[in-house]
Design a protein around this ligand. Sequence first.
Ligand code: GTP
Ligand code: MG
Length: 253
Amino acid sequence: MSASGIVHLVVPCSRESGRIGNFLPELCAKLDALGGCRVLVVEDGSGAAEQRRMTEMVSAWQAQHPVLCDLLMLPENIGKGGAVYEGWARHEGAEWLAFVDADGSISADEVCRLIRLARERGTDRGAIIASRVLMLGRDVRRRFYRHLIGRMYATLVSEILHIPVYDSQCGCKLVPRLDYEAIAPRLTTRGFAFDVELLVALVDSGFPVREEAVDWHEVPGGKVRLLHDSILMFLDVLRIRKQRKEHAMGLRR
Ligand SMILES: Nc1nc2c(ncn2[C@@H]2O[C@H](COP(=O)(O)OP(=O)(O)OP(=O)(O)O)[C@@H](O)[C@H]2O)c(=O)[nH]1
Ligand SMILES: [Mg+2]
């Protein structure tokens, strides 16, 4: 295990050309300085005009930031999870697979802190996931009703799936590549609930996962339709629970 493991960080983007400029250049500058990281922006099916804008922006930033890879552009929309996994498939041997949301809700400094923490602990001590814990000493700013629905969803996930996770949905996670590769064949969720399935598979396979409280602030322009997507995500959680049972029965047979 290497203390300075290479981090392959995917930034999934769906119509993000309006928001990413406030985050990606700063993130890349900080990761250039940190060293041992690669940033891959994955844009899937947001239309020709949006994809042209993203291509232009990313190639301009690439000229300044060696950390930034060529934009991965996919013709069809495959969901946030689909985009993250497509990006992770291009890991080129990195020790850590990671993603961070494009809107900068988790700052570049916080991303660097999580990477440092993951490296200090080492890949054998497992995944690190960001968690929005409203507590003294942390700065978490989210509109009240979003906080409420988010907490309801997170509590349901934890109760229904019996995993003691506080915040399954926070938009930054780092997973040791070898842990991910061991569970990847059983991951089928490509929408917003993909991280729930990822966590369940890691926990069930005995891989350690640690939540780290982060500073987080809501950035306007999010694409999640609160009620609609929460219902879809809830149905995904029920499906994940069913598939988990089938998987466990398959292992026992
Ligand atoms: N590539 C790709 N990225 C997606 C897709 N859906 C969402 N994303 C990205 O996932 C990240 C999180 O999306 P947001 O719209 O910020 O949603 P959120 O952070 O869960 O929720 P709020 O910001 O609170 O609305 C962003 O980087 C989005 O661009 C998708 O279908 N494809
Ligand atoms: Mg967001």
